[in-house]
Ligand binder design. Structure first.
Ligand SMILES: NC(=O)c1ccc[n+]([C@@H]2O[C@H](COP(=O)([O-])OP(=O)(O)OC[C@H]3O[C@@H](n4cnc5c(N)ncnc54)[C@H](O)[C@@H]3O)[C@@H](O)[C@H]2O)c1
Length: 255
């Protein structure tokens, strides 16, 4: 799909992989609206990236907020052709720890943001997109959900995170099959370890341990490398109905 002038919504677009996707799409001429909760980063990016970048404070776990924000984007810019659902929270917790059984508030939040979030965005965007003008290939747009290697090889303490990411992998096929009739592609990316602010809470030693587990390149991924895959998926219509693992072959050992 042509990226220049396309309208893209990137959730979690004020940080990390979402920000990298937003930057790449902007470089290629898209209009990008980031839905995020990080107002400080949103304002800084607006200042840096200029008039084709927009930041909206939206909690993707809140359907009313998402519906209102999507309607506002459509009114201001037209149909949303590209969606990158990157917003997520980790909330690590074990089923049984020294503090007791799994705290359900963290689990609920992971489900709300990581699973309900993408659903909220997709169910709000697809009605408008399904009636938008298609290109010569019959294509109207593309939805890219961001899962994780934890959908496959979750670590101890990643119950909620892994379950929600595996759910995104699972819904890729039924959604692709359903939305094909509208010319809307559905893809999922499952990244490995990328150096983003999501790792701000962990020690440099733990980050080094992650990098040391990679065979080649012997480092964590750079967010811009995620942006390159987003570009490839949007441009190339043969990407559909699949989950792509972007991790340099790294499979983390249990910890
Ligand atoms: N960085 C990695 O190594 C890695 C690995 C696998 C998967 N992922 C996935 O990639 C995506 C991006 O992660 P990242 O590393 O860039 O993290 P990040 O923390 O840098 O960015 C996540 C963004 O989501 C936003 N966000 C959180 N809750 C929100 C909500 N309710 N509504 C709107 N925005 C919200 C945050 O404010 C933040 O800006 C996530 O889905 C994550 O699970 C990351």
């Amino acid at each position: 799909m042509k990226i220049a002038d396309a309208v893209a919504v990137v959730t979690g677009g004020a940080s990390g992989l979402g920000e990298a996707a937003a930057r790449r799409l902007l470089e290629l001429g898209a209009v990008v609206v980031a839905f995020d909760l990080n107002d400080t980063r949103g304002a800084a990016l607006k200042e840096e990236l200029g008039e084709r970048f927009h930041y909206e404070q939206v909690d993707v776990g809140d359907l009313t907020q998402v519906e209102a924000a999507v309607a506002a984007v459509e009114k201001a810019h037209g149909p949303i052709r590209v969606v990158v659902n990157s917003a997520a929270v980790a909330r690590p917790a074990k089923l049984l720890s020294s503090r007791g059984p799994l705290p359900m508030d963290g689990f609920d939040l992971a489900v709300k943001v990581n699973l309900y979030g993408p659903i909220h965005v997709m169910r709000s965007v697809v009605p408008g997109l399904s009636t938008a003008e298609p290109n010569e290939d019959g294509e109207r747009g593309v939805i890219i959900n961001v899962a994780s290697g934890a959908a496959y090889e979750g670590q101890i303490g990643q119950i909620g995170y892994s379950a929600t990411k595996a759910a995104l992998v699972g819904l890729t096929m039924p959604l692709f099959r359903e939305l094909a009739q509208h010319g809307i592609r559905v893809m999922t990316v499952a990244p490995g370890a990328f150096d983003t602010p999501i790792y701000d809470q962990v020690t440099p030693a733990l980050k080094q341990e992650l990098a040391d587990q990679s065979l080649f390149p012997r480092r964590m991924g750079a967010p811009a490398e995620f942006g390159l895959l987003i570009e490839e998926i949007v441009r190339n219509p043969m990407h559909n109905g699949r989950t792509i693992r972007l991790d340099a072959g790294m499979i983390l050992r249990p910890s």
